[in-house]
Design a protein around this ligand. Structure first.
Ligand SMILES: Nc1nc2c(ncn2[C@@H]2O[C@H](COP(=O)(O)OP(=O)(O)OP(=O)(O)O)[C@@H](O)[C@H]2O)c(=O)[nH]1
Ligand SMILES: [Mg+2]
Length: 412
């Protein structure tokens, strides 16, 4: 059965409408349809989120089908207790809980499952105090305040222990992943991270680049869906497009507006991949109105990111062609994706030296082996030999020597 939600929100910024739209989309993914929204402009934060008068009004006029009260702002235990007094028959959730519930549905790897488990425990821990307060206020089950507090301590200790256990397991998983990263770095393959809002088209772009790759890499494609948070794990793929330098592409977890702090913390490693990347593509969804806010959010996740490493790219330009200096692509139909490949290639090989010359088949084979230091950009097969143009890393004089003969040239 579909649930019916009512969103409550403090109207604190000009972007409130966008945030509400986003929250509605988040709710839809856990089967909560939201036909009702109540916002209140306020100067300061009040217990219970909205003013008491407003809450009484809502309670009186509320549609009886409403099963969930969802709040845009994060709730404190005290807020929850107050809201529960007004809405005893509804489930009360804040945006954070909505996101955690989606993550629980989608988590598939060991790491994302553990991270989601930790988030749920953190949430339970934060809400413990509130639940005992309301329990003892109602005189629940003949439990005295003292007994309630004792139970609270026991439950807190229990939850703390479980959080430590889960954290240790997460730590172990991270260690495994770190080893993989180190191995990658040893091979020193140029690494590009894709970062952007959920549903911006990151996975679609990864798939589009895979489809341009040398061999068919259809089996390596990642899931891309018209839904928020389709990818909860980072996926790394090697992109090898003929005549361009190969690189590793990392598809990361999508972001949302004002991502709750706990969530940012939980997915820090994902974002950690940004620091280790040679290039970070901030993929902006051009079909949304909040393009500037998307970029600001992305940057807020990576405050230490070197500006030289950042490349802003607008996606879904087939839906909304923008007038901007940044590259505009459509990952879905491939528009300007090759231009992006050229930019990535340029960043990677900007100090390489272009060498032109003749060689034989076995020498071409040798050049093809050196995928990182040598990018073959042209091959023309002659009767006796092969004409080849290649960009070669400056320290690989041995490779340059293969091509350089009297009739050939080196250009930097
Ligand atoms: N029209 C259009 N749709 C696109 C484009 N790129 C992606 N989409 C669609 O947008 C939706 C989301 O794409 P994904 O690639 O799953 O988005 P994502 O950024 O990976 O999302 P998360 O994994 O949730 O972070 C899918 O329905 C895609 O088909 C594009 O350039 N144009
Ligand atoms: Mg994705």
């Amino acid at each position: 059965m579909k649930h019916i939600g009512l969103i409550l929100a403090q109207d604190l910024s000009v972007d409130t409408d966008l945030h509400l739209q986003e929250l509605k989309a988040l709710c839809a993914t856990i089967d909560i349809e939201v036909p009702f929204v109540v916002t209140q402009k306020m100067r300061a934060r009040k217990p219970g989120l909205l003013g008491q008068g407003k809450l009484s009004e809502i309670k009186l006029a509320m549609d009886e089908r409403v099963t969930h009260i969802i709040t845009l702002q994060t709730l404190s235990p005290n807020d929850r207790t107050l809201l529960a007094e007004y809405f005893p028959n509804q489930i009360i959730m804040d945006k954070f809980e909505v996101v955690v519930t989606i993550f629980e549905k989608r988590a598939s790897s060991t790491l994302s499952n553990l991270q989601v488990k930790l988030l749920r425990l953190q949430m339970e821990y934060a809400n413990l105090a509130g639940s005992y307060e309301s329990y003892s206020k109602q005189g629940g089950g003949g439990v005295s305040r003292g007994q309630g507090e004792q139970q609270l301590q026991i439950d807190r200790r229990h939850l703390s222990r479980r959080m430590i256990e889960v954290r240790n397991k997460i730590e172990k998983e991270h260690k495994k992943n770190e080893m993989m990263t180190q191995r990658r770095q040893k091979n020193s393959v140029f690494t590009v991270s894709l970062v952007g809002y959920t549903n911006a088209g990151k996975s679609t772009l990864l798939n589009s680049l895979l489809s341009l790759s040398k061999e068919s890499k259809v089996n390596k494609m990642v899931e891309s869906k018209n839904q928020v948070f389709s990818s909860l794990d980072t996926a790394t793929r090697r992109i090898e497009i003929p005549f361009y330098a190969p690189f590793l592409l990392i598809d990361t977890v999508g972001l949302i507006h004002e991502c709750p702090a706990e969530l940012v913390e939980a997915f820090k490693t994902t974002m950690g991949s940004l620091d280790e990347a040679d290039l970070v593509i901030a993929l902006i969804d051009a079909s949304r109105q909040d393009t500037q806010a998307q970029l600001e959010t992305i940057l807020s996740y990576a405050p230490t990111l070197d500006e030289d490493k950042l490349l802003v790219v607008f996606n879904k330009c087939d839906l909304n062609p923008l007038n901007t200096n940044h590259l505009c692509i459509s990952a879905k139909n491939g528009d300007s994706v090759m231009q992006l490949v050229e930019i990535i290639d340029d960043r990677q090989t900007h100090d390489y030296i272009l060498v032109k010359g003749e060689c034989d088949e076995s020498e071409v084979g040798q050049l093809f082996q050196e995928t990182i230091d040598c990018v073959i950009t042209k091959l023309i097969k002659g009767t006796d030999s092969i004409y080849c143009e290649a960009k070669i890393a400056p320290h690989r004089k041995d490779l340059m020597a293969i091509l350089v003969t009297q009739n050939t040239s080196i250009r930097s």
